[in-house]
Write a new protein. Structure first.
Length: 253
């Protein structure tokens, strides 16, 4: 059985390659979170509860017997080597992958479509990725347009774009191409785009990829600040050590 652990002292904290998983195709669209349409309103920090959760693919179990009890506003570090099912677990918690056994509830919601409306994906390789040919400004403009519609383009868009980046602590020239961003900057831009929909749960994959330990620590501090702002954050990594004292819960796979 795989269950998460609460990290001692974390409550006082302020602020590679994608895992190769063999499983069902993700369900629904990418970022999600607060999309317009019928259904429950987006949560402000959603709890996540899983019991006996497992996903099975063509080659067998991707992960199995996962137990989660994550309160709203927590920061969870899911760690493991490639192939342990980190990405599949994130997609399952986001309502994009149907479990073969067990159940997951996000903010008390259990239906896949319901979960998709309150859970948003940051960068998940192969699922939600930045367009290397677009600038930071263009990425944020697209995210805001999806959220606000055509009328939102003409009233204070520049201020909202600035607030979107400030929310995740991303300080870069808006004219920077995505392909020119450092790995942690790309992760934060992905988080900013996901948060444009005001989700209750943000999920991010491989957040330590390509980063030395000190820069991993800096990124975890940014993620802790995001969680402290009222969003539950679940992020996968190879090694959870740089998140010590920042992540409120850890889940080794």
């Amino acid at each position: 059985m795989t269950s998460e652990h609460e990290t001692p002292g974390a409550a006082a904290a302020a602020g590679g390659t994608a895992a190769a998983v063999s499983g069902p195709r993700p369900i629904g669209s990418g970022a999600g979170g607060g999309r317009p349409g019928a259904g429950p309103a987006p949560a402000r920090g959603s709890s996540v509860r899983a019991r006996g959760l497992g996903v099975r693919g063509a080659r067998g179990w991707v992960f199995r017997d996962v137990e989660l009890d994550v309160p709203a506003g927590a920061l969870v570090a899911v760690s493991g080597i490639a192939g342990t099912g980190r990405t599949a677990l994130l997609l399952t918690c986001a309502g994009r992958m149907r479990p073969a056994e067990g159940a997951v509830a996000v903010g008390g919601l259990t239906g896949l479509r319901q979960i998709q409306r309150v859970a948003a994906l940051g960068i998940v390789p192969g699922v939600t990725e930045l367009d290397p040919t677009l600038t930071v400004r263009e990425h944020v403009n697209e995210a805001l347009a999806l959220r606000e519609g055509v009328f939102g383009r003409f009233r204070g868009r520049e201020a909202r774009r600035r607030r979107t980046l400030e929310r995740v602590g991303l300080d870069v020239d808006p004219g920077t191409l995505a392909e020119e961003l450092a790995p942690e900057e790309a992760q934060l831009l992905g988080a900013a785009l996901a948060l444009a929909g005001d989700p209750g749960l943000l999920l991010m994959d491989d957040v330590d990829e390509g980063l030395p330990a000190d820069r991993q620590r800096d990124l975890w501090q940014r993620l802790a600040a995001i969680a402290a702002g009222g969003v539950t954050v679940i992020a996968s990594c190879h090694d959870a050590a740089p998140a010590e004292g920042l992540a409120t819960h850890t889940l080794p796979l």
